[in-house]
Design a protein around this ligand. Structure first.
Ligand code: SAM
Length: 272
């Protein structure tokens, strides 16, 4: 019987699908994730969904402060038992979507997690929306299909991936297969590292940027000028494209993030 299955049986529970519970079982992959977390952080660690502690436990011995947010009551109890004597571990039994990342993070905290697949995108959006002006890095595991969309350079690029790449440099640092977990999920996974780019929106805000990107990507087959002219002045858009040296036939997915940000800033100013 696999060790994880045994441990769940001892706790009188089972892997819950609605909590996205696929536990990491490949020790060498666990070590690689732990090494990346340590390499990319110097201070405290916030872990989303520690589960049975696959990543938490090796980190705990590195004397870092770790805040763990776990929704499953049974797993929280088992983590309490496991880390009873460890003063550097704080356990929070809560839905991560209800947690204010700003209130629990400090300047150099890193946010990490093998995310529950069903809410991984929601968690990522929350991370970006709450911390985009801060210095916090993130290391998250996603299902491969989602990770590929986030890192997509051109085709498949969308509103979300562009928004993320405006604020973060995103790198794939590890690939995982179904058999690296128990129970094995039906999909492959990837771990991505998010490093903040320190972009200030000044007097502009995230809501306006979201609206701009939503409009720019509204219909993927259409030129960006046609999508944007649903909301903004067409002549202004054409003059901005010219100013930035972007072909007026370009679609949003063909425009890099830096240029999209410049377009947003110019569109929001009265200069054009
Ligand atoms: N970190 C462990 C590992 O790698 O083996 C478990 C990862 S498992 C893919 C996802 C974990 O997130 C589970 O422990 C699950 O109970 C927890 N979880 C699911 N939904 C959550 C939520 N809304 N808030 C916090 N934790 C959640």
């Amino acid at each position: 019987m696999p060790v994880i299955k045994k441990e769940l049986a001892r706790l009188n529970t089972s892997a819950k699908k609605n909590y996205g519970q696929n536990f990491l079982s490949n020790q060498s992959k666990i070590q690689k994730i732990v090494d990346e977390i340590l390499r990319n952080s110097s201070s405290d660690i916030i872990e989303i969904g520690p589960g049975l502690g696959a990543i938490t436990e090796p980190l705990a011995y590195k004397k870092r402060d770790i805040i763990c947010i776990e929704k499953d009551k049974v797993l929280i109890e088992s983590l309490k038992e496991k880390f009873e004597l460890k003063k550097n571990i704080t356990l929070i039994n809560e839905d991560v979507l209800k947690i204010d990342f700003k209130s629990i993070s400090s300047e150099n905290s890193i946010i990490v997690g093998n995310l529950p697949y069903n809410i991984s995108t929601k968690i990522l959006i929350k991370f970006v929306n709450e911390l985009y002006q801060d210095t916090n890095k993130g290391i998250f595991m996603f299902q491969r299909e989602v990770a590929d969309k986030i890192i997509a350079k051109k085709i498949k690029k969308n509103q979300l991936s562009s928004k993320i790449k405006i604020f973060y440099k995103v790198q794939e640092i590890l690939k995982l297969s179904e058999n690296d977990f128990w129970p094995p999920p039906k999909i492959k996974s990837s771990v991505l590292l998010f490093t903040p780019r320190k972009i200030e929106l000044n007097n502009l805000n995230m809501k306006d940027l979201d609206q701009f990107l939503q409009c720019a990507f509204y219909s993927n087959r259409k030129k960006i000028v046609n999508n944007l002219s649903n909301k903004y002045d067409k002549d202004k858009i054409l003059s901005i494209l010219k100013n930035l040296g972007i072909n007026d036939k370009a679609r949003a997915e063909e425009i890099d993030e830096k240029s999209l940000l410049k377009m947003f800033i110019m569109i929001s100013s009265n200069k054009f």
